[in-house]
Write a protein that binds this ligand. Structure first.
Ligand code: NAP
Length: 333
């Protein structure tokens, strides 16, 4: 049986593919064009990897031909979704590809997924953390928390648009799971900000994908520049990949679970301090653990993902290693 991964060119998906191949799975990845598929195949360089072209995930029936042509697909991993906070049209740039794209995946699986047993969808903590204003911003995040944002709120700006897109796309997944209880094992993977190295070569070090770029932005600061204030949560990309694969290995245990992937909190001050400690030759602003601690205290972020950790049963990679590996790769490329 093979594993199908949508959006295989993506930062997270490339790690998922790499992890699957390392564990002996045969992988088919979807890409938006033949040229992207050829490029990715060269990068991955494995006879166990092949690609299928799906130009637009939001188009009706987008994935039907893939499942009709590949009866060997036993697991469907859906990661493709726009992560773009500069879109001019929130509906067509964020909401449609996320929500309609997910519906297209689920409909194709239902109709043509003859041998599909496991469905794993990359959601986000954006579907977990409420930004609708209905709950305080420091509310405890757990596997049962939901963002209560409306589509209307999502149309206000791209950040809210992304949150609404991920929330409503995930709602479709759980609706499908409920309607197909005996047919499929369904799991969502809900990561927070994802850092860590690229799975293969860095394609363009001037602009990485949105989350990896947070570390890259600090690396690009001049020593006298101010470190922008920012507080977020963190998980390493290799842990995100392992979580997707764990759900295939124990599908019954992971069926119905939302894996909330959060390891620790971070600030830009902390990223700068780590880079300074590990790479003293790199000229960037100093960064301070003290200032970072102050910012974290103010933000008062709370989460409890012990259920996820217990299910996964492995230790998450700490932020210091994640940032060090990412920066080392950027300096070497
Ligand atoms: P990424 O590197 O930007 O990858 C996004 C992938 O989706 C790419 O393969 C992209 O194709 C594809 N895609 C985007 N819009 C599409 C469309 N309209 N039609 C077809 N394909 C489309 O992002 P990522 O960080 O790896 O994110 C992957 C998944 O993880 C997403 O579902 C995202 O919401 C979720 N996630 C990410 C983070 C994070 O911090 N990175 C955190 C939580 C959740 P092209 O390469 O052709 O553009």
């Amino acid at each position: 049986m093979s594993v199908f991964v949508t959006g295989a060119t993506g930062y997270i998906a490339q790690h998922v593919v790499k992890e699957l191949l390392a564990q002996g799975y045969k992988v088919i990845g979807s890409v938006r064009s033949e040229a992207k598929g050829e490029y990715l195949s060269k990068l991955i360089n494995s006879p166990q990897f092949s690609f299928a072209v799906v130009p637009d995930i939001a188009a009706e029936g987008a994935f039907d031909h893939v499942l009709q042509e590949h009866e060997s697909i036993g697991t469907f991993i859906h990661t493709a979704s726009p992560v773009d906070f500069e879109v001019s049209d929130i509906q067509t740039g964020l909401l449609d590809p996320a929500i309609e794209g997910t519906k297209n995946v689920l409909l194709a699986v239902e109709k043509y997924g003859k041998n599909v047993r496991n469905v794993i969808v990359t959601s986000s903590t954006s579907a977990v953390r409420d930004v609708s204003g209905k709950r305080p911003s420091n509310s405890l995040l757990t596997e049962s928390s939901w963002n209560e944002i409306s589509i209307e709120q999502g149309l206000k700006n791209p950040r809210l648009g992304y949150a609404a897109a991920k929330t409503f796309a995930e709602k479709e997944v759980w609706k499908f799971a409920k309607e197909n209880q005996d047919k499929f094992n369904v799991t969502t993977v809900n990561p927070t900000y994802v850092f860590g190295p690229q799975a293969f070569k860095v394609q363009n070090k001037d602009r990485l994908n949105d989350s990896a770029e947070y570390v890259n932005k600090i690396l690009k600061l001049k020593p006298d520049e101010k470190i922008p204030t920012f507080v977020g949560l963190f998980i390493d990309v290799r842990d995100v990949a392992r979580a997707h694969v764990a759900a295939i290995k124990n599908p019954k245990e992971f069926n119905g679970q939302r894996l909330v992937l959060i390891n620790s909190a971070w600030t830009n001050e902390l990223l700068a301090a780590i880079i300074n400690k590990q790479f003293p030759e790199v000229a960037i602003p100093k960064g301070s653990i003290g200032a970072s601690d102050e910012e974290l205290k103010k933000a008062d972020l709370k989460w409890d993902n012990s259920k996820t950790k217990q299910l996964l049963g492995f230790e998450f990679i700490p932020i210091e290693k994640s940032v060090t590996d990412a920066v080392q790769q950027l300096l070497d490329s």
